[in-house]
Ligand binder design. Structure first.
Ligand code: SI3
Length: 288
C-alpha cells in the first residue's frame, strides 16, 4: 500500500447525480495518464460528506469495476454515523478494497476514548486494515503522539493519512512508528513530508498533477532535493492558483480540458463563474 494515491474526484451532473461515464473517465485518466499507484475513494475530494450511503456504495462499486486489480484501492468509510461506517467498511471489504480509511469523527468534540472506540469498532467488524485519516484543520480533532501509539496497539490499524503541517509531529511519528504507513496529505508540502520519510501521499491535485508529484517524491527519496524543490515550486504555483480559483471545481475544469467528462460539484458547492472557468482554462494551458 505504499506510493502515491489520488484522492479521487467524482463527476456529478448538473442535478447532482453521479455521472458514471464521467467517473469512469476520471478513473482511467488517473490510472493511464497520471499513473498513480492507487486511488483513495470517497474522501473529501469525492465530496463524500454531501452524498448518501447508497451513493457512496455506488461509487465504491464503479471504481472497483473500472480498476479491477490495476492499482491499489483505499475506501474512505468514515462518518459520524458509526453504523454507516461499519456498513460501508463491510461493503468495500466485500468488493475487494485493499484497505479502509476513516476520517476522525468530527462536529461533536468526541473525546479520545470515543475516537478509539470508533476506529476499533469499524476495523474489528471486517477482515481488512485501517488507515486513520487525520485532518485537524477541518475536523478540529488533534491526535497526539501518545494517542496515535494507543490507536496503533490494534494491529489492524496500519497507518495514518497525515493532512497537517506539523512536521515536528510527523518526524516524531516516523521515528516512533517505523512499521506503520505514513501518508502525506497536503500536496503543497509533499517534498517536506517525503524528506521526513513518509511511505506515500494521498492528494486531490494528483487527479491532474500526478506525474509532477511522482517526480517530487522519487527525487526526494533519491536525495536529489534541489531538483525536487524546483518541481515543488512549479507545483505550488499551480496549487496556489487552484486554491484561489476553487479547488474541486477547477480540478474538474482542467480534466474537461483534457477531454474527461468531469462534470460539476455537488450543491451546496457552487458552479464557477464564467470568469473563473476562463481562469481554469488558463491554468490548464499553463501547467498541463
Ligand atoms: O479526503 C481526501 O479527499 C483527501 O485526501 C484530501 C487531501 O488531503 C486534500 N485535502 C483537502 C482538505 O482537500 C489535499 O490533497 C489538498 O486538497 C491539497 O493539498 C490542496 O490543499
Amino acid at each position: 500500500m505504499k506510493g502515491l494515491f489520488t484522492a479521487l474526484i467524482v463527476s456529478y451532473d448538473k442535478d447532482g447525480e453521479i455521472n458514471e461515464k464521467g467517473l469512469r473517465e476520471i478513473i482511467r485518466y488517473n490510472v493511464d495518464v497520471c499513473k498513480v499507484d492507487g486511488l483513495y475513494v470517497n474522501g473529501s475530494t469525492g465530496e463524500n460528506f454531501m452524498i448518501s450511503t447508497e451513493e457512496k456504495k455506488q461509487i465504491f462499486r464503479i471504481v472497483k469495476d473500472e480498476v479491477k486489480d490495476q492499482v491499489e484501492l483505499i475506501a474512505q468509510v468514515g462518518s459520524i454515523n458509526l453504523k454507516e461506517s461499519i456498513e460501508l467498511a463491510k461493503y468495500a471489504t466485500d468488493l475487494g478494497y485493499g484497505a479502509l480509511s476513516a476520517v476522525t469523527p468530527f462536529y461533536y468534540k468526541f473525546d479520545f476514548e470515543e475516537i478509539k472506540h470508533y476506529y476499533n469498532e469499524i476495523i474489528n467488524s471486517v477482515d481488512n486494515k485501517m488507515i486513520i485519516y487525520s485532518i485537524p484543520f477541518l475536523t478540529g480533532v488533534n491526535i497526539s503522539l501518545e494517542q496515535f501509539a494507543e490507536l496503533f496497539e490494534n494491529e489492524k490499524i496500519i497507518g495514518v493519512k497525515f493532512t497537517a503541517g506539523d512536521f515536528y509531529l510527523l518526524e516524531r511519528m516516523r521515528k516512533t512508528f517505523p512499521d506503520k504507513l505514513l501518508y502525506a496529505g497536503f500536496d503543497e508540502m509533499l517534498l517536506s513530508a517525503a524528506v521526513l520519510g513518509v511511505d506515500g501521499a494521498i492528494g486531490s491535485t494528483f487527479n491532474v498533477n500526478g506525474q509532477r508529484a511522482r517526480e517530487i517524491y522519487e527525487l526526494a527519496n533519491k536525495g536529489e532535493i534541489a531538483k525536487a524543490r524546483e518541481i515543488q515550486h512549479e507545483t505550488n504555483d499551480f496549487i496556489t492558483e487552484l486554491l484561489n480559483n476553487g479547488l474541486y471545481q477547477t480540478l474538474k475544469e482542467i480534466l474537461k480540458e483534457k477531454g474527461v467528462d468531469a462534470g460539476y460539484c455537488r450543491q451546496p458547492m457552487k458552479e464557477l463563474s464564467e470568469e473563473k472557468v476562463d481562469t481554469a482554462k488558463r491554468i490548464a494551458a499553463t501547467y498541463f
